[in-house]
Write a protein that binds this ligand. Structure first.
Ligand code: C5P
Length: 201
C-alpha cells in the first residue's frame, strides 16, 4: 500500500511531534526532511559546495552533533533557497513518500512540490509567540543564556526567508487541512490528524 501524509508548516509549530506520533500510530515510515537541509548546511559550513554536499549526503551526515542548533537552522534556510540544492534532494524524498507501507514526511514543500499526490496534507501552524516559547523551552537546558526574544527573532527570520524564496516556498497546499496548535495542544492536534488519515485510508 502506498499512502503519503504530507505535513508542512513553520518552525516549531509541532510538525515533527505530530508526524512522528502519526507514523508510530499507523506503522508508517517517517522522514524529517528538514534534516536533509540541515545536514547539507552543516557540510557547507565545513567548506563544501552546497549542491555537491546535497548530492553526496550519506547516513553518517545525519548523525552529526549540532544539526538541531539555531545556527545550523539559519544556514539550512539559506542553502534551502538554492534551486539546485532543492533539486538534488527531490528524488530521495519522493521515493520515500511513495514507498510501500505508508510514509509521513514533514517539511515546508511536501504537499506542494515533493508529493502533491499525497493522500493526506496538513499545514501545522501556531502563533509566533507559542512557537518561540516551545522552542525556547527545548533549548533552555543546553543554552541557558538564550532569551525568548532571541528565539522569536530567529524563528521569524527563518520563516520569512522560507516563505519568500522563489523556489518551493513554504506554503499551505490548496487541499491541505490547517491545524493551528496555538490553543489546540499537541494531543488534540494529533487526534485530529489521526481522524483525517483514518477517513482517507
Ligand atoms: O524543519 P527544520 O526547521 O529542521 O528545517 C530547517 C530548514 O530547512 C528550514 O528553515 C527550511 O529552510 C529548510 N527546509 C525546506 N524544505 C523542507 C524542509 C526544510 O526548505 N521540506
Amino acid at each position: 500500500m502506498k499512502f503519503t501524509v504530507a505535513i508542512d508548516g513553520p518552525a516549531a509549530a509541532g510538525k515533527g511531534t505530530i508526524a512522528k506520533a502519526l507514523a508510530a500510530h499507523f506503522g508508517f515510515d517517517y522522514l524529517d526532511t528538514g534534516l536533509l537541509y540541515r545536514a547539507t548546511a552543516r557540510k557547507a559550513m565545513d567548506g563544501l559546495d552546497p549542491v555537491a554536499a546535497a548530492k553526496a549526503l550519506t547516513a553518517h551526515d545525519f548523525q552529526r552533533d549540532g544539526l538541531r542548533t539555531a545556527k545550523v537552522g539559519q544556514a539550512a534556510s539559506k542553502i534551502a533557497a538554492l534551486p539546485k540544492v532543492r533539486a538534488a534532494l527531490v528524488a530521495f524524498q519522493h521515493d520515500f513518500a511513495r514507498r510501500e507501507g505508508g510514509a509521513v514526511l514533514d517539511g515546508r514543500d511536501i504537499g506542494t512540490v515533493i508529493c502533491p499526490e499525497a493522500e493526506v496534507k496538513l499545514f501545522v501552524t501556531a502563533s509566533d509567540e507559542a512557537r518561540a516559547e516551545r522552542r525556547w523551552k527545548e533549548l533552555a537546558e543546553r543554552t541557558p543564556d538564550l532569551t525568548l526574544d532571541e528565539v522569536l527573532a530567529d524563528l521569524r527570520a527563518r520563516d520569512t526567508r522560507d516563505s519568500e524564496r522563489k523556489t518551493a516556498p513554504m506554503a499551505q497546499a490548496a487541499d491541505a487541512v490547517l491545524l493551528d496548535t496555538t490553543a489546540l495542544g499537541i494531543d488534540e492536534a494529533l487526534a485530529a490528524a489521526v481522524a483525517l488519515v483514518e477517513a482517507r485510508m
